[in-house]
Design a protein around this ligand. Structure first.
Ligand code: HQG
Length: 181
């Protein structure tokens, strides 16, 4: 399987497992899991070619570990980024003093006024390092990296969670915790 095919399969999986399980005739359980067999059957019925081998490759080679298989290999879920209602079960964690958020200039006036909001996702996504944040922002244009006073937010009672692939999640970031980087 070449890179292009893998990216295409990964995008389809992200769409199904985060946003639109019905596309592959699936329902996710409360923690976001779907059966691997059901997924493969659903994809076939939807006219999407996805073999068990391709699925294993996409999960194993994904640059950001977007997907995880259950220990027995029978279930699969996306690690974060859902718009459908799931409880991923990440435990609250103490964040580092500073986290980072990559965005673009056109959003700055709104962000300065109302802080960071989750928009279509469940949570605001924050990165532990500026380089990752820069890449996230660059998806939309010339990146701007904001620093988030996560330690201070945590001390003030905001709940942070960290996913299995190192993305920090928080419900929102009020403007007083934001700075340039
Ligand atoms: C912006 C990808 C106006 C925010 C990435 C961002 C990440 C506001 C956009 C993950 C705002 C939301 C998440 C406000 C925030 N007013 N705009 N008050 N508050 N925004 O895609 O953080 O490839 O939902 O700055 O790599 O860009 O999907 O969030 O630009 O890890 O695995 O609204 O998605 O990972 O965009 O990206 P998104 P994000 P995957």
């Amino acid at each position: 399987m070449n890179t292009k095919e893998r990216v295409r399969a990964s995008k389809f999986l992200a769409r199904v497992l985060r946003h639109d399980p019905g596309l592959a005739g699936l329902r996710l359980d409360a923690q976001g899991w779907a059966g691997v067999e059901d997924l493969l059957t659903g994809c076939r019925d939807a006219g999407i070619r996805l073999s068990r081998e391709t699925l294993a490759e996409v999960v194993g080679n994904n640059d950001k570990k977007r997907f995880a298989l259950s220990p027995d290999g029978t279930r699969i879920r996306a690690q974060q980024g859902h718009s459908v209602d799931v409880d991923l079960g990440w435990e609250p964690s103490v964040p580092p003093e500073l986290l980072h958020h990559g965005t673009v200039g056109r959003f700055l006036p709104a962000i300065a006024a109302e802080g960071l909001r989750p928009m279509n996702r469940h949570d605001v996504h924050l990165s532990p390092d500026t380089e990752t944040a820069r890449r996230v922002g660059a998806r939309r244009g010339t990146p701007v990296v904001l620093s988030v006073a996560a330690g201070r937010m945590h001390a003030d009672g905001h709940v942070f969670r960290v996913t299995g692939n190192g993305v920090w999640l928080v419900a929102a970031v009020p403007p007083e915790y934001l700075g340039g980087s």
